[in-house]
Ligand binder design. Structure first.
Ligand SMILES: C[S@@+](CC[C@H](N)C(=O)[O-])C[C@H]1O[C@@H](n2cnc3c(N)ncnc32)[C@H](O)[C@@H]1O
Length: 235
């Protein structure tokens, strides 16, 4: 995938968010971006994908501490895309201590994001019934196999032709199963992401082939950026 360079303004918003990785919520609970969020490089890559493809409707599963939200929404704001980026997370106000809200406000992105406190499986089921469509979906919610495969199943139902799904945690069995479903049973194609390091990619392929299968290692891990893996629906 030939990605356009990340606009300077978008890069700066992401750098500012990651400059202090510990986020303290109103109850003085500390949340560490390094434990649950995307890395800064992954957030930048998400922003680059959005900047390149200019998806009209974007959806995200897993608001959390807002690393991914900030990457996607900053790119949307820069592009001047209409509408809001939709993020789902039923535990934003509890487990994440509303850190996501504070961070998007600090980044000047609150009015570019719509949050719904719904579980992905419930929201997407309803969205599919209502005929809603998205052009870009980022999946980073709960990571059990049933959840990620269910997310992939419903994402397929609401993704417009030519749309892109990006998964975090591409080295988990659950993500492999979801990606395998979309490629083998729904005719998606894998998307080449810029690899973060050729050596690390080779080592990951060797290490994970026995766990996730040779097909996944050679066809997908070889195209991942850190733990991001992307697939595209036929146009
Ligand atoms: C790994 S964190 C997401 C991190 C976030 N993308 C970031 O960059 O900061 C996973 C999030 O998924 C949320 N989650 C768990 N189950 C979910 C579900 N069924 N639907 C939507 N979100 C869910 C959790 O509350 C948690 O905030």
């Amino acid at each position: 995938m030939k990605l356009l360079p990340l606009p300077h303004e978008v890069r700066q918003v992401i750098i500012r968010h990651y400059a202090s990785p510990i986020k303290t919520d109103a109850s003085q609970v500390r949340h560490d971006l390094r434990a649950t969020s995307l890395t800064m490089g992954e957030a930048m890559l998400l922003a680059q994908i959005v900047s390149t493809f200019r998806p009209a409707a974007t959806l995200e599963i897993g608001f959390g501490l807002a690393g991914s939200t900030i990457g996607i929404a900053a790119a949307r704001k820069y592009l001047g895309l209409e509408g809001k980026h939709l993020t789902l997370d039923p535990y934003q106000e509890t487990l994440s201590g509303s850190v996501g809200f504070v961070e998007i406000a600090t980044a000047g992105l609150a009015s570019f994001v719509q949050w719904l406190p719904e579980k992905s499986e419930n929201y997407l089921n309803g969205a599919s019934a209502r005929g809603e469509g998205f052009d870009f979906i980022f999946v980073d919610g709960a990571h059990g196999t049933g959840q990620v495969v269910t997310d992939a199943f419903f994402c397929d139902q609401v993704l417009n032709p030519g749309g892109i799904v990006v998964f975090h945690d591409g080295l988990l069995f659950s993500t492999m199963a979801a990606v395998r479903y979309l490629i083998k049973e729904r005719q998606y194609c894998s998307v080449d992401l810029p690899v973060d390091s050729k050596t690390r990619t080779t080592l990951r392929m060797l290490r994970y082939a026995p766990v996730l299968g040779v097909w996944y290692a050679t066809s997908l891990i070889s195209k991942m950026h850190r733990s991001l893996v992307a697939v595209r629906k036929e146009a």
